[in-house]
Design a protein around this ligand. Structure first.
Ligand SMILES: NC(=O)CC[C@H](N)C(=O)O
Length: 312
């Protein structure tokens, strides 16, 4: 079934207002100090259809940082830079069932290769594989790629969020040193983390994220120009990871309740897509106990049920 955009544009503002109430049951992330300033009750969404039609509601213009959503795009870039074999020599293809910054399985399963590219350990390794002579060059390449998919030069590094994370990231530092010790990470720890913190701090809006989702929904082809931005095979890999690992250790539940590829970040952002049809960008900073936007997940469940989005 195709989504009825007329029905959607009539009802979406009301749904968003009603669903803000869920924020009271969650809380904004505070372990990156700068994220603690986010407005708890904010909720915004943009849906971008392949035909070019977009619908937005609520706080869709509220800027937020990509955080873990960036992991999808560094994975795509690493696949384009290095090819499938080189990437999957360093990182696995399986969900962990653990929280995104867990250390647990790195030591349990030898040779210490991260289970997948969407957990922090996996994403840090993926960032180390990107082509570029310096952390600055790698970061600029990521930013350029994000802007290309967003169809917009708006995305930029939020320096405050970047600094705030870089100054406090004891957990990510320990993951990276552990990976280095296991020889899974070949590059030096600090320059690699610098790339990782910068990609997480790319600031976007719902419309930009919806456009990025739309390119993935469209198998890597820019719907406006017909140009292939990402090979279809790599988009398929990214969408598969989004379904199995994109919502952290709530990915199974999300597949049952919503049933579409999605990736969340601790800023409360979610990128989602209905294959062949549309891209979604969402922000709702209050998180549930698994670290996903609490109101956002409820809203996506409602939309998926109403417009019959589930792939399953
Ligand atoms: N879940 C997330 O969004 C994690 C990203 C965050 N920058 C971190 O590494 O902790």
């Amino acid at each position: 079934m195709t989504t009825d955009f007329r029905d959607l544009s009539e009802r979406l503002p009301g749904w968003v207002e009603a669903y803000r109430a869920y924020a009271a049951e969650g809380g904004v992330a505070t372990y990156i100090p700068e994220l603690a300033h986010a407005p708890q009750r904010a909720l915004g969404i943009t849906l971008h259809h392949r035909s070019g039609t977009t619908v937005s509601a609520g706080d869709a213009d509220l800027p937020f940082t990509l955080q873990s959503i960036s992991k999808v795009f560094t994975l795509l870039l690493a696949l384009m830079d290095r090819g499938e074999r080189a990437v999957f020599e360093k990182v696995g293809m399986e969900p962990t069932g653990d929280v995104f910054n867990s250390m647990l399985k790195l030591e349990l399963v030898q040779p210490g290769k991260p289970f997948n590219p969407l957990i922090n350990a996996g994403a840090i390794v993926v960032s180390s594989l990107l082509l570029g002579d310096s952390p600055e060059e790698k970061s600029q390449r990521i930013l350029r790629f994000v802007r290309e998919l967003a169809g917009d030069d708006g995305p930029a590094f939020n320096e405050d969020v970047y600094r705030s994370e870089a100054e406090t990231a004891n957990r990510n530092r320990s993951l990276a040193y552990f990976l280095k010790d296991n020889k899974v990470l070949d590059e030096d720890v600090e320059p690699t983390l610098d790339v990782y913190f910068r990609q997480c701090a790319i600031e976007v809006t719902c419309a930009q994220v919806a456009r990025m989702g739309l390119v993935l929904a469209n198998d890597g082809v820019d719907p406006a120009t017909g140009r292939e931005l990402v090979p279809r095979r790599f988009v398929r890999i990214a969408k598969s990871f989004m379904v199995t690992c994109g919502m952290y250790n709530a990915s199974g539940e999300f597949a049952i309740q919503v049933g579409i590829p999605a990736k969340s970040g601790v800023s409360g952002g979610i990128l989602a897509l209905v294959p062949g049809e549309l891209g979604i960008g969402l922000i709702g900073p209050a998180l549930n106990d698994k670290g996903n936007s609490i109101a956002g997940v409820h809203l996506l469940k409602l939309l998926s049920e109403r417009y019959d989005w589930s792939l399953f």
